[in-house]
Design a binder for this molecule. Structure first.
Ligand SMILES: *[C@@H]1O[C@H](CO)[C@@H](O)[C@H](O)[C@H]1NC(C)=O
Length: 304
Protein backbone atom coordinates (compact mmCIF):
# COMPACT_ATOMS: atom_id res chain seq x y z
CA UNK A 1 0.00 0.00 0.00
CA UNK A 2 2.62 2.43 1.16
CA UNK A 3 4.46 1.57 -1.90
CA UNK A 4 2.02 2.68 -4.55
CA UNK A 5 0.24 5.63 -2.97
CA UNK A 6 2.90 8.29 -2.34
CA UNK A 7 3.38 9.21 -5.98
CA UNK A 8 -0.36 9.59 -6.27
CA UNK A 9 -0.74 11.37 -2.98
CA UNK A 10 1.79 14.17 -3.36
CA UNK A 11 0.41 15.84 -6.49
CA UNK A 12 -3.09 15.53 -5.08
CA UNK A 13 -2.14 17.51 -1.96
CA UNK A 14 -0.37 20.21 -3.92
CA UNK A 15 -3.35 20.56 -6.23
CA UNK A 16 -5.54 20.97 -3.17
CA UNK A 17 -3.24 23.67 -1.79
CA UNK A 18 -3.08 25.56 -5.07
CA UNK A 19 -6.79 25.18 -5.45
CA UNK A 20 -7.32 26.47 -1.93
CA UNK A 21 -5.12 29.52 -2.57
CA UNK A 22 -6.91 30.27 -5.82
CA UNK A 23 -10.27 30.00 -4.12
CA UNK A 24 -9.03 32.23 -1.34
CA UNK A 25 -7.86 34.88 -3.81
CA UNK A 26 -11.18 34.69 -5.62
CA UNK A 27 -13.10 35.03 -2.38
CA UNK A 28 -11.03 38.04 -1.32
CA UNK A 29 -11.54 39.63 -4.73
CA UNK A 30 -15.26 38.99 -4.53
CA UNK A 31 -15.68 40.52 -1.08
CA UNK A 32 -13.40 43.45 -1.82
CA UNK A 33 -15.50 44.20 -4.88
CA UNK A 34 -18.65 44.02 -2.75
CA UNK A 35 -17.09 46.48 -0.30
CA UNK A 36 -16.23 48.82 -3.16
CA UNK A 37 -19.80 48.62 -4.44
CA UNK A 38 -21.09 49.57 -0.99
CA UNK A 39 -18.84 52.62 -0.83
CA UNK A 40 -18.79 53.56 -4.52
CA UNK A 41 -21.11 56.59 -4.47
CA UNK A 42 -19.38 58.21 -1.53
CA UNK A 43 -15.69 58.41 -2.33
CA UNK A 44 -16.41 61.88 -3.65
CA UNK A 45 -18.56 62.86 -0.66
CA UNK A 46 -16.78 61.19 2.25
CA UNK A 47 -13.45 59.50 1.65
CA UNK A 48 -11.64 62.17 -0.39
CA UNK A 49 -13.14 65.30 1.17
CA UNK A 50 -12.54 64.03 4.72
CA UNK A 51 -8.97 62.93 4.04
CA UNK A 52 -8.15 66.14 2.21
CA UNK A 53 -9.77 68.14 5.00
CA UNK A 54 -7.71 66.35 7.65
CA UNK A 55 -4.48 66.89 5.71
CA UNK A 56 -5.24 70.56 5.12
CA UNK A 57 -6.40 71.24 8.66
CA UNK A 58 -3.76 69.39 10.63
CA UNK A 59 -0.91 68.78 8.15
CA UNK A 60 0.13 65.12 8.22
CA UNK A 61 2.73 64.22 10.85
CA UNK A 62 3.99 61.19 8.96
CA UNK A 63 3.19 58.83 6.13
CA UNK A 64 1.98 56.24 8.59
CA UNK A 65 -0.52 58.65 10.16
CA UNK A 66 -1.82 59.47 6.68
CA UNK A 67 -2.17 55.78 5.93
CA UNK A 68 -3.97 55.19 9.23
CA UNK A 69 -6.27 58.07 8.45
CA UNK A 70 -7.19 56.63 5.04
CA UNK A 71 -7.84 53.17 6.46
CA UNK A 72 -9.86 54.58 9.35
CA UNK A 73 -12.01 56.78 7.12
CA UNK A 74 -12.56 53.98 4.63
CA UNK A 75 -13.76 51.48 7.22
CA UNK A 76 -16.02 54.01 8.87
CA UNK A 77 -17.46 55.01 5.52
CA UNK A 78 -18.10 51.33 4.82
CA UNK A 79 -19.89 50.98 8.16
CA UNK A 80 -22.13 53.99 7.49
CA UNK A 81 -22.83 52.94 3.94
CA UNK A 82 -23.72 49.37 4.84
CA UNK A 83 -26.07 50.60 7.55
CA UNK A 84 -27.61 53.10 5.16
CA UNK A 85 -28.10 50.52 2.45
CA UNK A 86 -29.50 47.85 4.74
CA UNK A 87 -32.29 50.30 5.53
CA UNK A 88 -32.61 51.79 2.05
CA UNK A 89 -33.02 48.70 -0.07
CA UNK A 90 -36.29 49.90 -1.57
CA UNK A 91 -35.00 53.25 -2.88
CA UNK A 92 -31.88 51.57 -4.13
CA UNK A 93 -33.88 49.21 -6.36
CA UNK A 94 -34.73 52.32 -8.37
CA UNK A 95 -31.85 54.73 -7.80
CA UNK A 96 -28.90 52.34 -7.51
CA UNK A 97 -29.88 48.83 -8.67
CA UNK A 98 -26.22 47.77 -8.91
CA UNK A 99 -25.62 48.04 -5.17
CA UNK A 100 -24.94 44.78 -3.30
CA UNK A 101 -28.40 44.44 -1.71
CA UNK A 102 -30.73 45.29 -4.62
CA UNK A 103 -28.58 43.31 -7.07
CA UNK A 104 -28.79 40.23 -4.83
CA UNK A 105 -25.04 40.02 -4.37
CA UNK A 106 -25.60 40.04 -0.61
CA UNK A 107 -28.65 38.26 0.77
CA UNK A 108 -31.18 39.52 3.30
CA UNK A 109 -29.86 37.21 6.01
CA UNK A 110 -26.29 38.37 5.47
CA UNK A 111 -27.30 42.03 5.65
CA UNK A 112 -27.59 42.27 9.42
CA UNK A 113 -24.45 40.26 10.02
CA UNK A 114 -22.48 42.62 7.78
CA UNK A 115 -24.11 45.67 9.37
CA UNK A 116 -22.83 44.75 12.84
CA UNK A 117 -19.58 43.15 11.69
CA UNK A 118 -18.53 46.50 10.22
CA UNK A 119 -19.33 48.18 13.54
CA UNK A 120 -17.11 45.67 15.37
CA UNK A 121 -14.38 46.24 12.77
CA UNK A 122 -14.44 50.00 13.29
CA UNK A 123 -14.35 49.73 17.07
CA UNK A 124 -11.34 47.41 16.94
CA UNK A 125 -9.61 49.67 14.44
CA UNK A 126 -10.04 52.70 16.67
CA UNK A 127 -8.93 50.83 19.78
CA UNK A 128 -5.81 49.70 17.94
CA UNK A 129 -4.83 53.26 17.07
CA UNK A 130 -5.84 55.07 20.22
CA UNK A 131 -8.52 54.12 22.76
CA UNK A 132 -9.85 57.72 22.76
CA UNK A 133 -10.89 57.27 19.15
CA UNK A 134 -13.48 54.69 20.21
CA UNK A 135 -15.66 57.59 21.35
CA UNK A 136 -15.64 59.00 17.85
CA UNK A 137 -16.54 55.60 16.42
CA UNK A 138 -19.37 55.20 18.93
CA UNK A 139 -20.56 58.69 18.00
CA UNK A 140 -20.78 57.60 14.37
CA UNK A 141 -22.54 54.37 15.31
CA UNK A 142 -25.17 56.37 17.21
CA UNK A 143 -25.60 58.77 14.29
CA UNK A 144 -26.07 55.92 11.81
CA UNK A 145 -28.56 54.26 14.18
CA UNK A 146 -30.52 57.50 14.47
CA UNK A 147 -30.39 58.11 10.73
CA UNK A 148 -31.16 54.59 9.51
CA UNK A 149 -32.75 52.27 12.07
CA UNK A 150 -34.64 54.98 13.96
CA UNK A 151 -35.73 56.71 10.76
CA UNK A 152 -34.19 60.11 11.51
CA UNK A 153 -33.11 60.30 7.90
CA UNK A 154 -36.68 60.18 6.63
CA UNK A 155 -37.43 63.82 7.26
CA UNK A 156 -35.72 66.89 5.93
CA UNK A 157 -34.28 68.34 9.13
CA UNK A 158 -33.38 64.99 10.70
CA UNK A 159 -31.46 64.00 7.62
CA UNK A 160 -29.44 67.21 7.53
CA UNK A 161 -28.74 67.01 11.27
CA UNK A 162 -27.56 63.41 11.09
CA UNK A 163 -25.38 64.08 8.08
CA UNK A 164 -23.80 67.10 9.72
CA UNK A 165 -23.14 65.09 12.89
CA UNK A 166 -21.63 62.30 10.81
CA UNK A 167 -19.31 64.74 9.06
CA UNK A 168 -18.21 66.18 12.37
CA UNK A 169 -17.36 62.69 13.69
CA UNK A 170 -15.50 61.76 10.51
CA UNK A 171 -13.51 64.98 10.50
CA UNK A 172 -12.79 64.82 14.19
CA UNK A 173 -11.49 61.26 13.89
CA UNK A 174 -9.46 61.86 10.74
CA UNK A 175 -7.92 65.09 12.04
CA UNK A 176 -7.03 63.50 15.37
CA UNK A 177 -5.22 60.69 13.55
CA UNK A 178 -3.35 62.99 11.17
CA UNK A 179 -2.28 65.66 13.61
CA UNK A 180 -3.61 67.65 16.49
CA UNK A 181 -6.96 69.08 17.53
CA UNK A 182 -5.98 72.65 18.26
CA UNK A 183 -7.99 75.84 17.84
CA UNK A 184 -7.75 75.89 14.04
CA UNK A 185 -8.79 72.23 13.73
CA UNK A 186 -11.72 72.55 16.10
CA UNK A 187 -12.95 75.71 14.38
CA UNK A 188 -12.61 74.09 10.98
CA UNK A 189 -14.55 71.01 12.09
CA UNK A 190 -17.37 73.08 13.59
CA UNK A 191 -17.68 75.27 10.49
CA UNK A 192 -17.68 72.26 8.25
CA UNK A 193 -20.44 70.66 10.33
CA UNK A 194 -22.64 73.74 9.92
CA UNK A 195 -21.81 73.84 6.21
CA UNK A 196 -22.83 70.19 5.91
CA UNK A 197 -26.10 70.91 7.73
CA UNK A 198 -27.03 73.62 5.24
CA UNK A 199 -25.87 71.86 2.10
CA UNK A 200 -26.31 68.08 2.33
CA UNK A 201 -29.58 68.24 0.41
CA UNK A 202 -27.46 68.91 -2.71
CA UNK A 203 -27.15 65.13 -2.94
CA UNK A 204 -30.92 64.58 -3.06
CA UNK A 205 -31.62 66.36 -6.36
CA UNK A 206 -30.48 63.52 -8.65
CA UNK A 207 -32.47 60.96 -6.60
CA UNK A 208 -35.85 62.71 -6.63
CA UNK A 209 -37.55 60.08 -8.83
CA UNK A 210 -36.58 57.09 -6.73
CA UNK A 211 -37.26 58.89 -3.46
CA UNK A 212 -40.73 59.92 -4.65
CA UNK A 213 -41.64 56.35 -5.47
CA UNK A 214 -40.65 55.13 -2.03
CA UNK A 215 -42.18 58.09 -0.21
CA UNK A 216 -38.90 59.28 1.25
CA UNK A 217 -39.20 62.98 2.01
CA UNK A 218 -36.23 65.10 1.00
CA UNK A 219 -35.86 68.87 0.73
CA UNK A 220 -36.00 68.90 -3.12
CA UNK A 221 -39.26 66.94 -3.01
CA UNK A 222 -40.73 68.93 -0.15
CA UNK A 223 -39.97 72.32 -1.72
CA UNK A 224 -38.81 71.96 -5.34
CA UNK A 225 -38.44 75.70 -6.03
CA UNK A 226 -37.23 76.85 -2.64
CA UNK A 227 -34.63 74.10 -2.40
CA UNK A 228 -33.09 75.23 -5.71
CA UNK A 229 -32.99 78.82 -4.60
CA UNK A 230 -31.63 77.85 -1.21
CA UNK A 231 -28.81 75.88 -2.82
CA UNK A 232 -27.88 78.90 -4.92
CA UNK A 233 -27.90 81.11 -1.85
CA UNK A 234 -25.95 78.67 0.29
CA UNK A 235 -23.12 78.05 -2.17
CA UNK A 236 -22.62 81.79 -2.72
CA UNK A 237 -22.93 82.77 0.93
CA UNK A 238 -20.52 80.08 2.12
CA UNK A 239 -18.00 80.95 -0.60
CA UNK A 240 -17.93 84.56 0.55
CA UNK A 241 -17.98 83.75 4.26
CA UNK A 242 -15.27 81.10 4.14
CA UNK A 243 -12.92 83.25 2.05
CA UNK A 244 -13.39 86.06 4.53
CA UNK A 245 -13.12 83.87 7.61
CA UNK A 246 -9.92 82.11 6.59
CA UNK A 247 -8.57 85.40 5.22
CA UNK A 248 -7.44 84.03 1.88
CA UNK A 249 -6.08 86.46 -0.75
CA UNK A 250 -8.13 88.32 -3.41
CA UNK A 251 -7.36 85.97 -6.32
CA UNK A 252 -8.15 82.87 -4.25
CA UNK A 253 -11.36 84.52 -3.07
CA UNK A 254 -12.38 85.38 -6.63
CA UNK A 255 -11.66 81.87 -7.89
CA UNK A 256 -13.42 80.14 -5.02
CA UNK A 257 -16.43 82.45 -5.06
CA UNK A 258 -16.83 82.20 -8.86
CA UNK A 259 -16.80 78.46 -8.56
CA UNK A 260 -19.44 78.61 -5.81
CA UNK A 261 -21.63 80.87 -7.95
CA UNK A 262 -21.22 78.51 -10.89
CA UNK A 263 -22.30 75.52 -8.79
CA UNK A 264 -25.30 77.41 -7.39
CA UNK A 265 -26.40 78.58 -10.84
CA UNK A 266 -26.09 75.08 -12.24
CA UNK A 267 -28.46 73.79 -9.58
CA UNK A 268 -30.84 76.66 -10.11
CA UNK A 269 -31.12 76.63 -13.89
CA UNK A 270 -30.39 73.05 -15.00
CA UNK A 271 -33.03 70.84 -13.51
CA UNK A 272 -32.97 67.49 -15.32
CA UNK A 273 -31.79 64.55 -13.28
CA UNK A 274 -28.79 64.13 -15.59
CA UNK A 275 -27.83 67.79 -15.02
CA UNK A 276 -28.35 67.30 -11.29
CA UNK A 277 -25.99 64.37 -11.29
CA UNK A 278 -23.29 66.54 -12.84
CA UNK A 279 -24.09 69.48 -10.62
CA UNK A 280 -23.63 67.24 -7.63
CA UNK A 281 -20.20 66.27 -8.94
CA UNK A 282 -19.17 69.92 -9.31
CA UNK A 283 -20.69 70.62 -5.91
CA UNK A 284 -18.35 68.06 -4.40
CA UNK A 285 -15.34 69.66 -6.06
CA UNK A 286 -16.43 72.97 -4.57
CA UNK A 287 -16.92 71.32 -1.17
CA UNK A 288 -13.44 69.86 -1.39
CA UNK A 289 -12.05 73.33 -2.12
CA UNK A 290 -13.99 74.69 0.87
CA UNK A 291 -12.34 72.04 3.01
CA UNK A 292 -8.84 73.01 1.89
CA UNK A 293 -9.16 76.66 2.96
CA UNK A 294 -8.09 76.04 6.61
CA UNK A 295 -4.66 75.14 5.21
CA UNK A 296 -4.18 78.87 4.76
CA UNK A 297 -4.31 79.37 8.52
CA UNK A 298 -1.30 77.03 8.82
CA UNK A 299 0.84 77.95 5.85
CA UNK A 300 -0.48 81.17 4.23
CA UNK A 301 -0.43 79.38 0.85
CA UNK A 302 -3.59 81.12 -0.36
CA UNK A 303 -2.37 84.67 0.27
CA UNK A 304 -2.44 85.60 -3.43
C1 LIG B 1 -22.28 56.54 2.98
O1 LIG B 1 -21.87 57.07 4.21
C2 LIG B 1 -21.86 58.48 4.31
C3 LIG B 1 -21.32 58.87 5.66
O2 LIG B 1 -22.21 58.65 6.68
C4 LIG B 1 -23.23 59.04 4.05
O3 LIG B 1 -23.19 60.44 4.05
C5 LIG B 1 -23.75 58.53 2.73
O4 LIG B 1 -25.07 58.95 2.52
C6 LIG B 1 -23.69 57.02 2.67
N1 LIG B 1 -24.09 56.60 1.36
C7 LIG B 1 -24.67 55.46 1.08
C8 LIG B 1 -25.00 55.24 -0.31
O5 LIG B 1 -24.91 54.61 1.91
Amino acid sequence: MNFCFPSFHVPLTSITVVDFILRLINAVKYHLYTAILFTWTDYKTVFFPITVFACATAPARSCSSLLWCCVWVWFHQLMCNVSNQVCGRKEDKINHPWRPFPSGRVSESQALVIRWATVACCISLSSMYEPELIHTTLGLVIVTLAHDELGGGNNVVGKSLCSAAAYVCFEFGATTIIGVMDFVSVTAVIISGILAFTAVHAQDFPDVEGDKTTGRMTFPIYAPELSRFFTLFVTIAWSVFLSWFWEVGPISTTLFASFGIYVGLRYYFWRTSEADRRSYLTFNVWLMAAHVLPLHARTSVLAF
